[in-house]
Write a protein that binds this ligand. Sequence first.
Ligand SMILES: Nc1ncnc2c1ncn2[C@@H]1O[C@H](COP(=O)(O)OP(=O)(O)OP(=O)(O)O)[C@@H](O)[C@H]1O
Ligand SMILES: [Mg+2]
Length: 372
Amino acid sequence: MLGQFPVVSILGARQVGKTTLARQFSESWNGPTHTFDLENPADIARLSEPLLALERLEGLVVIDEAQLNPDLFPVLRVLVDRPAVHVRFLLLGSASPKLVRGISESLAGRVAALDLDGFGLSEVGGDHMEPLWLRGGFPRSYLASSDGASATWREEFIRSVVERDLPGLGMPLAAAAIRRFWTMLAHLHGQVLNLSELGRAFGVSDTAVRRYVDFLAGAYLVRQLQPWHENISKRQVRSPKLYVADSGILHTLLGLRTWADVEQHPKVGASFEGFALEAVTTRLASKPEECHFWATHAGAELDLVVVRGNRRLGFEFKRSAAPRVTKSMRIALEDLKLDSIDVIHLGSHVFPLADGIRAVPVRSLGSHISLR
Ligand SMILES: Nc1ncnc2c1ncn2[C@@H]1O[C@H](COP(=O)(O)OP(=O)(O)OP(=O)(O)O)[C@@H](O)[C@H]1O
Ligand SMILES: [Mg+2]
């Protein structure tokens, strides 16, 4: 992307590995490199006159935690618009452009954004599916020396996010209330978002709840899946579904530390659904706007529909080793004119279930599904 755009941003949740990735990348950069970390007081001082500090630099300039100084973006635009200068900027940040004032406006047409997630199933390999599901994909959590150490890391992560990061982004709640809200969302993981119900339960208005959800989504901590709407006579659900962005964080919010805890919890099916959803969308490299769920008020539903060009792939997630065809799947296949439905399951075999519908194990989904 840096070959094509003067500015590239790597955005993702706290602790997901942005700085590490940027450091590895700078080490391989052919030419001079410079790094500024906007959480480091010395670097903040070096950048107090940004135009002056940056205008003589050539090569790769990494600006870490760039969201902390939105005034920098118009300066970058001036710098990259100069003719014949050899400079590239790599911005790292843990807040989405929606939450950071001015990045898209100031740098329109000059910036490409790359979203960074935690470790995915294709990276750790299907044999490591269980620890990845239990611990989630944050490097420190996944690589911890024991399940207990991993759970403790996540507990600390949640604490620092609610005490420091979310208030820092402007979320107008005390740490304990943010934690309570996030935990409420964990209990709704995989369900259609009902703002007025959530507002009532939390004791605030629909609009306040909407804003709180946007803060958590903007910090890459929850994910919303938009509903698909097909032009048919059936009444269809129009609100998004909500997922906690990482299975490990979900488990910690629900107080689940071990496999036994997860397996006995009523949300285990929803946890699998979120985990498998992440695995499929990462494998297909699908953009959020290509991913939907579908549901009618009469009760037909499909967990995931990925739409790209004229391709339409359907997915169901079943925490069982012997999934069966349901009426819902047949209705979805026909009403949505899907190319296929893959039922992603916990067993170990690929097998046909019906015309256009097959069962695919989550462990090996990488070798069976693609958008080609
Ligand atoms: N690919 C990796 N393999 C192993 N460990 C990693 C990897 N990437 C990151 N880590 C570890 O994960 C932790 C977080 O990484 P890093 O500081 O790069 O994340 P970050 O996204 O910049 O976090 P923050 O938003 O808090 O600045 C570090 O301890 C780092 O060593
Ligand atoms: Mg960092």
